[in-house]
Ligand binder design. Structure first.
Ligand code: SF4
Ligand code: SF4
Length: 383
């Protein structure tokens, strides 16, 4: 298993994480089986947003004796009222159900205190200057949460929250289909096929791209939800790309975005966990998502680097995706250039080593003008 550092949070997480949503309603033995298979396989981060009592208690039993092995995203604002899940900003409910989560999981701290499901700007403004954020900051000061997180499906709201400096971790819905949509697309519309037919889709939404770049720059780790688009991207009939992508290709797509540290994929059996873990043994050919995305007439990604490295090998051994990623990070903010340059200069081979053979451009499914990009990198970073 490979691990990635979450700079602001101050710890590392496995690039494959476990989403526990689908464990609700399952029996204790199955929950233990899934959680054990994940931890045995090196997964060290899991998301627990569910507010239902039994699933919390059973996850607590499954991690007993292994608490130190796992980083938990526990949600603030996820309540169980009148026999059903409810999102809440009522501070008494927030406190009650967060304390309930700690006690049912059998722990006295949460690695990430995740302010739950903030998709509306007014909601964020109320949280930012109100009792929910005060509560989260107090928990952090007391050491009862190690970092403050926020979960969101809306890139404009998420960007505001990240730029406020109050958030250490962002849980965000990210996959190649959502990346194409307008930032004001509502959560329910993300799952409707007509959304993909009615919007004019011209490539990765700039607000989303900017969000990922800012997270990378500010050290805010992104943990990904909806990596598989609720399963819709796994089937040709339901994927807006008209072709199925595999679980492993979708995981790779998410992990290729700047700022992303872990994908929180839900599993409902040990066999599913084991299949998910096979990601670590796959080669670049198995994980290549570019053909599925690049050959779709309706969705123009032309000219935009997807960081897939399908263009390799390069006779100068340049990591073309990485050079492009650093260039894109600078495109969003001039003042980021100094810190990005430090990372760029650590690359073994730089854009300036490009001999202009053009082989990469023949292989790139997105028609990226790699030679000019390498020249741009040399001009910007000096090498
Ligand atoms: S240049 Fe093309 S093939 Fe290479 S990483 Fe970017 S999108 Fe992929
Ligand atoms: S054009 Fe430059 S970056 Fe592309 S393969 Fe040739 S040397 Fe490498």
């Amino acid at each position: 298993m490979r691990y990635r550092e979450m700079k602001k949070a101050g710890f590392s997480v496995s690039e494959l994480g476990l989403g526990c949503e689908h464990l609700q309603g399952k029996d204790e033995a199955l929950i233990r089986e899934v959680v054990s298979a994940a931890l045995d396989g090196g997964i060290n981060v899991m998301d627990v947003f569910m507010s239902e009592a039994n699933v919390r208690t059973d996850i607590g039993k499954a991690i007993r004796g292994r608490r130190g092995q796992v980083r938990i995203q526990g949600h603030i604002g996820s309540a169980w009222l009148n026999g059903q899940y409810t999102r809440t900003r009522d501070i008494q409910h927030c406190e009650f159900f967060f304390e309930d989560l700690l006690s049912r999981l059998g722990t006295d701290y949460m690695d990430i205190g995740m302010i739950h499901f903030v998709d509306d700007m007014k909601d964020w403004e109320g949280i930012e200057s109100g009792p929910v954020m005060e509560y989260a900051q107090r928990l952090k000061k007391e050491g009862r949460i190690l970092s403050v997180g926020m979960s969101s499906h809306n890139p404009a709201v998420a960007l505001r929250a990240v730029e406020s400096g109050l958030i250490d971790v962002l849980m965000f819905s990210l996959n190649p289909a959502y990346d194409l949509l307008h930032e004001e697309t509502l959560i329910d519309e993300l799952f409707e096929s007509k959304t993909y037919q009615t919007q004019t889709l011209k490539g990765v939404n700039p607000t989303r791209a900017r969000l990922y770049a800012r997270c990378e720059e500010m050290g805010v780790g992104i943990t990904v939800m909806k990596t598989l688009g609720a399963g819709a991207l796994l089937k040709g009939e339901t994927s807006p790309f008209g072709k199925p992508l595999s679980v492993h290709q979708l995981v790779r797509y998410a992990l290729d975005r700047p700022g992303v540290k872990s994908t929180m994929v839900g599993c409902i059996s040990a066999a599913q966990v084991e299949e998910y873990l096979r990601y670590e043994d796959k080669d670049d050919g198995d994980l290549d998502y570019s053909a599925a995305l690049g050959g779709t007439a309706a969705y123009s990604l032309t000219g935009r680097c997807m960081y897939c490295n399908h263009c390799l090998p390069c006779p100068s051994h340049i990591d073309i995706a990485q050079v492009n990623k650093y260039l894109d990070l600078c495109a969003f903010r001039q003042e980021a250039q100094e810190s990005v340059r430090d990372h760029y200069l650590l690359l073994e081979h730089k854009g300036g080593e490009c001999i202009g053979c053009g082989q990469c451009e023949k292989r790139c499914p997105f028609e990226v003008k790699v030679r000019s990009r390498m020249a741009e990198a040399k001009a910007l970073f000096g090498e």
